[in-house]
Design a protein around this ligand. Sequence first.
Ligand code: GLA
Length: 501
Amino acid sequence: MLLVLTLVVVSVVESRNALLRTPPMGWMSWELFRCNLGSATDDCSDPSTTHCISEALYKGQADALVARGFLSAGYNAIHLDDCFQASARDPATGQLLANSTRFPSGLPALGRYFHGKNISFALYTAEAPHSCAGYPGSAFHEVLDAATFASMGVDYLKVDGCGSTSYYAQGYKAMGAALEASGRPIAYSCSWPGYINQGNQGSNESLAPFATLIMDGCNLWRNYHDIQCSYGSMLSIVNHWGFWGSVMAPWAGPGHWHDPDMLIIGAGCLTPDEERTQMAIWSVIAAPLIMGNDLRNASEEAVAVLTNPRAIAVSQDPLGQMGLRVEGGDATPSQVWARRLADGSVAVAAFNNLGGVAPQPTCAAWNHTPGGFFNSCGGGLGWFYNASVSAAQARCCENAYCAGILYDEQTASGTFVVDYNCTFVPSTTFSEYTRVGFQPPEGTPLDIDIDLRAAGLDTVRQYEITDIWSGQPLGTIQGQSKFTAGAVPFHGTAFLRFSPA
Ligand code: GLA
């Protein structure tokens, strides 16, 4: 059985291009900035709209990527997401256009700005008539759009779905071929798997067409729900990867990766221990490390987690093998994750999952009463609605899969934005939420026993153990079947590297 599986996988996983031999690293605007279009006049010149989608925002993030050490740590791309587009294609040429008020210098100039700093230019479109936010999409325009993106200097293209699933087989193939024919190496991110099973996106990984995606030239693909800025959302993704890992792992490798969506580290919705958990597990599962924070004001502690060189070495290990959850399940007090590395080392993440259960994927009606309290998806965030709006009653989603907050760390205020994945929710935006404080969840530390054989260690061999967070050596081990990670903080993760001595 194993032999058959190995042969099948080897025969199909050869990438179409030489890109992304290790998982991509960068920063993307969607998590915090969404479709923030600022003022009604569309000009982004109001200082209170410094967080709206515009060239100023992306240049500011690029500057911070360099200044705060992210670029030198390996995060080398700025990803524009949805809502950069003009509302219609160029009537003369049919080309996709950027909104010229928000991007007065144009996208080619923005790309040159990034390239001048050795930052890659990553852009967004959709294999549908419209993007998820309703801007022109690339369906049936693949050749023209790929040529346009290449001429703009784009290095990476996220291609969302948000249309009819029946088009994806044709559309993603056409875009892959068109990107290849464009003559510019453009990494290709495909969201197709995330749209299988509409309503509970990507919930069954055995239905996803991974072989086809790789043959179409996809270098990565979104598998599952959008991450929202909450611990519950992050945990639901962790548990999805935990459950489906062995189905998914054979399809990951140099040039083609599963994408559990952005890192929310430094975005103001996780405790530092929870931030370490996301960094450890995303590194172990060979996930793209694409940050969804505001680089200008992410905390120093978050910056240290994100740029930890030993964690990044796990993420970027050249063997490219996706790690798995090897002990525990969604509802167990702890989970152990492990990834085999090129030099014979094994990276082990021992996660304190006390109190953690996956949120239910059902959307609920919620009364939006002025003065009411909104709990963002069980993640411990509290938002106080202090504006009076006529549409006092709206449907939004109380669970992790749906609603999102556009949060401004500086003013400690945010905007509630319904998520497009929750298709029956009207696309209504409410503003003027004020953060009333982050209430860290309470729970106890845990000693976690790691079964070394389950983690793939050879118990006859001698290993040196390093604490990935601190870099401190923790001694050597040989001939033992277990190692105990002591006092792992609540919702936190011990992250260890076992290296052959
Ligand atoms: C979908 C994607 C997100 C984001 C939005 C933009 O929900 O999954 O990552 O790109 O669309 O509208």
